[in-house]
Design a protein around this ligand. Structure first.
Ligand SMILES: *Cc1c(COP(=O)(O)O)cnc(C)c1O
Length: 494
């Protein structure tokens, strides 16, 4: 018979914590040295076995050695985003001090949607929202510690991810154009305009809301998948002629695939003139606001009505952590008109609840994470980090252009670069196979994307340790992956 859980010696939390800290810090140092592969590929069943999941599920952890072994195995099969050869998805490389708010949260578990359930966490949330609003020019308070809501002042709150944030904004835009929709359902004449390359969360949100993904009307784009400003009027005229109303116009700030920005100023001017809600999806690109050198990409942002900003992409904050920002508080307050007697009642509060505005009921103290990422070295350090990622992408792109076997897409605007390997002989499908081979070999981590039907390899430069030599290493690994494929089944175009 297996030993019962009840007669084992209780584990000493302090010892387990010490062991865990040591393992994690070693992992961090090891990853940062770039000495080992970014990832090891293993089948799901084998990882489950190595983690001994069945045993621990039934018996619980029996000793601190078992926990150590578990953590070690867990780390072995985790992607080393701190490794300087990681140039993959747009996921932030958390600041080392980010470990602290995660620990605090693990102990406190204070949800912050109700101020009274987590006052410190809620305070930091409202503080970072003020900070973000001030970067947008939407903050109307006297100083960052002014937490009053102003009907025509900026407002916002944090939510679990950009997809949920976009859904929330679409609901707010619907509440603005059709206040009855919340109770009576959707009118049949609402559409959303924007670039074809908009993040998929928008079309998903339209389906979830019952407007249907067909309610999305694309404005023609150029060869960089950027909206052609001179096509906005005709697209709009066609919509009006068909008897529809525009609920919202959306701009990529920036596009997930290419990292390029739509013409925000022109779009904003059009929306102001025609009284259309203008939303900028800044999930990735909002951080350009932090850089004097790059904030021009968001020129015209003051004309927007809403923006979303993922701190878990470019602000060194662990997942998930997104801000939804409104230029006017009334757009936030008239959204999601729900009643829940045990939660929504008049009360005297020392602070502010976000519960009336968020889709979540329980919400983690997300502001604490962003605040720590900022306070770790001060806001100036965040600005230089963002700027250096953008700078490095430009520098690496030049290396691509200089090499004979790679062909760049076009110079980057942010820290995302796209290119192809030997497009003279490799097909679209094979670019994808090449990418998959690179992942299988594990020495580096890259992604891929399709731009106007053409498959590209794609990198996000977000690791502060990634240098020229690491990028050259990645290019070399792509060449090597190609050689393995050629030796195998890969047949070139010619
Ligand atoms: C990543 C991204 C999203 C989705 O954000 P999640 O936090 O991953 O849900 C939305 N829009 C854009 C432009 C993005 O880059």
């Amino acid at each position: 018979m297996t030993k019962s859980r009840h007669n084992k010696i209780p584990l000493q939390v302090n010892e387990v914590l010490e062991d865990s800290a040591e393992l994690l810090l070693n992992f961090l140092e090891y990853s940062k040295s770039g000495a080992s592969p970014v990832l090891q590929n293993e089948h799901i069943g084998d990882i489950a076995n190595q983690l001994n999941v069945q045993h621990h599920l039934i018996n619980g952890f029996q000793s601190k050695e078992e926990i150590k072994k578990f953590i070690k195995t867990y780390l072995d099969y985790s992607t080393q985003i701190h490794n300087p050869h990681y140039v993959g998805h747009q996921v932030s490389i958390p600041h080392e001090l980010s470990i602290v708010p995660e620990l605090i949260h693990g102990v406190l578990n204070n949800p912050t949607t109700l101020y009274e359930m987590g006052q410190s966490g809620a305070t930091l949330e409202h503080f970072v929202i003020n900070w973000m609003l001030s970067k947008l020019g939407w903050f109307k308070g006297e100083h960052l510690l002014d937490f009053r809501n102003r009907e025509n002042g900026g407002s916002g709150f944090l939510t679990h991810g950009g997809s949920l944030a976009n859904l929330t904004v679409l609901c707010a835009a619907r509440a603005s154009i059709s206040p009855d929709a919340w109770t009576k359902g959707n009118p049949k004449d609402l559409v959303v305009m924007g670039p074809k390359s908009v993040h998929y969360s928008i079309s998903r949100a339209l389906s979830i809301m019952g407007l249907g993904s067909n309610a999305y009307v694309s404005i023609p784009t150029d060869k960089y998948e950027i909206i052609k400003a001179d096509q906005i009027q005709s697209t709009y005229d066609a919509i009006i002629k068909s008897g529809k109303r525009v609920m919202l116009m959306i701009a990529n700030g920036c596009a997930t695939s290419t990292g390029y920005f739509d013409p925000i100023e022109e779009m904003g001017e059009f929306c102001s003139k025609n009284d259309i809600w203008f939303h900028v999806d800044g999930a990735h690109g909002a951080v350009a606001l932090l850089s004097k050198k790059y904030k021009h990409f968001l020129t015209g942002i003051e004309l927007a009505d809403s923006m979303i900003w993922d701190a878990h992409k470019m602000m060194r904050t662990s997942t998930l952590c997104t801000a939804i920002l409104f230029k006017k508080y009334k757009h936030q307050s008239q959204n999601l008109k729900q009643k829940g007697g045990y939660l929504f009642h008049e009360k005297k509060s020392f602070g502010k609840d976000t519960l009336p505005y968020t889709i979540e009921c329980t919400k983690a103290p997300l502001g604490t994470k962003i605040y720590w990422a900022l306070a770790a070295e001060g806001e100036k350090a965040m600005e230089s980090y963002v700027e250096s990622c953008f700078d490095k992408a430009r520098e690496f792109y030049l290396l691509i252009e200089k090499s004979e076997d790679f062909e760049g897409f076009s110079p980057p605007e942010t820290n995302i670069i796209c290119y192809r390997y030997r497009p003279d002989i490799i097909s679209n499908q094979q670019q994808l196979e090449l990418r998959n081979k690179v992942i299988e070999l594990g020495q580096t981590y890259i992604t891929s994307t399709e731009i106007l039907g053409t498959r590209y390899l794609r990198n996000t430069i977000c690791n502060p340790l990634t240098k020229t030599e690491n990028f050259l290493f990645t290019l070399q690994k792509i060449r090597e992956a190609y050689s393995t494929l050629v030796g195998n089944h890969f047949v070139s175009k010619q």
